[in-house]
Design a protein around this ligand. Structure first.
Ligand SMILES: [Zn+2]
Length: 240
C-alpha cells in the first residue's frame, strides 16, 4: 500500500479539529476511532487528487474524510490525521468512525441517482479491484493501530445508514453491484481480518524523532511548530 500524507489543512473541518471546536472533536482526538466506514465517491472520477484539491478549501464546509483512494494507482491519500473527527457520513458515525472514500472508475457513466452505465467493464473492474485491495490493506493497518476487530468495527456508508448512524446513502455497495464486481461488505471484513492476521504484531518498532531538549519550554515551543504540519506529534518525557 502506498500512502501519501496530504492533509486538507484549509478545510473548515481540519480547522475545527485544530481548535477542538467542541467536545466531540476533543473526545475523538484523545480516544481515536472506534470504527471504520467505507465510502465510494458516487461519480466517475478516478483521481483522488481532484477530490483532495476540492476539499482543501476554506469555503468547502460540506464534507471531509480521512483518506481517499485513487482508482488509477491504488494510492491512498490521507487527508486528515486518523484521530481527527471528520464530516463523512452525515450522522453520529462522524463521532466514532474514520471515513475512507474509494474513487470510482472513469469507465462508467452515471445516469440518474446511484444508477450508472458501464462503458468498459474490463477497465472498470480493474480500477475497482485496485481501490478494493488498497482499502483492505489500509483497514487492516487501522484495525491494528487502534485495536479494532474487523468483523464488528467496519461498516459501509450504506450499512451505517441502516443502523441509524449515517445518512441514507448506498455506497460503496451500489458501485460493486452495478459493476458486477465480486465484492461485498461481508467479504471485505473477512479480507481485512485475513490481512490483519498476516501482519506481524511483534518485532522492532520504528519511531521518528525530530528533537530533544533539556529545557521543557523549548521542547513545547518546538512541538507547536511541528504540530502545524504533523498534528499527531506529541511530547514524551524521558528521565535519565
Ligand atoms: Zn458515503
Amino acid at each position: 500500500m502506498e500512502l501519501i500524507e496530504s492533509f486538507i489543512t484549509n478545510n473548515p473541518c481540519y480547522q475545527a479539529n485544530l481548535r477542538r471546536a467542541d467536545s466531540r472533536y476533543a473526545v475523538f482526538q484523545t480516544r481515536g476511532p472506534l470504527g471504520l466506514m467505507l465510502h465510494s465517491v458516487g461519480c466517475a472520477q478516478p483521481r483522488a487528487e481532484v477530490f483532495r484539491k476540492k476539499w482543501d478549501n476554506a469555503a468547502y464546509d460540506r464534507a471531509s474524510v480521512h483518506a481517499v483512494i485513487d482508482a488509477n494507482s491504488g494510492t491512498v491519500f490521507q487527508t486528515l490525521p486518523w484521530n481527527f473527527r471528520a464530516w463523512h457520513c452525515g450522522g453520529s458515525g462522524n463521532d466514532t468512525h474514520v471515513g475512507v472514500e474509494l474513487c470510482e472508475s472513469a469507465a462508467i457513466r452515471y445516469d440518474t441517482g446511484a444508477n450508472f452505465t458501464v462503458l468498459d467493464r474490463k477497465t472498470a473492474l480493474a480500477d475497482c479491484a485496485r481501490t478494493y485491495q488498497a482499502a483492505v490493506e489500509l483497514f487492516a493497518f487501522l484495525c491494528g493501530k487502534y485495536g479494532l476487530d474487523p468483523k464488528s468495527a467496519i461498516c459501509s456508508h450504506r450499512e451505517g445508514g441502516k443502523r441509524g448512524i449515517a445518512s441514507g446513502h448506498v455506497d460503496p455497495e451500489h458501485y460493486w453491484t452495478g459493476l458486477g464486481a465480486p465484492y461485498s461488505m461481508e467479504g471485505f471484513r473477512s479480507d481485512v481480518a485475513k490481512a490483519l492476521a498476516a501482519t506481524p504484531q511483534a518485532g522492532p518498532l520504528y519511531r521518528v524523532q525530530v528533537g530533544a531538549f533539556r529545557n521543557r519550554a523549548y521542547a513545547e515551543a518546538y512541538l507547536r511548530q511541528v504540530q502545524t504540519h504533523f498534528p499527531e506529534a506529541f511530547l514524551k518525557t524521558e528521565t535519565s
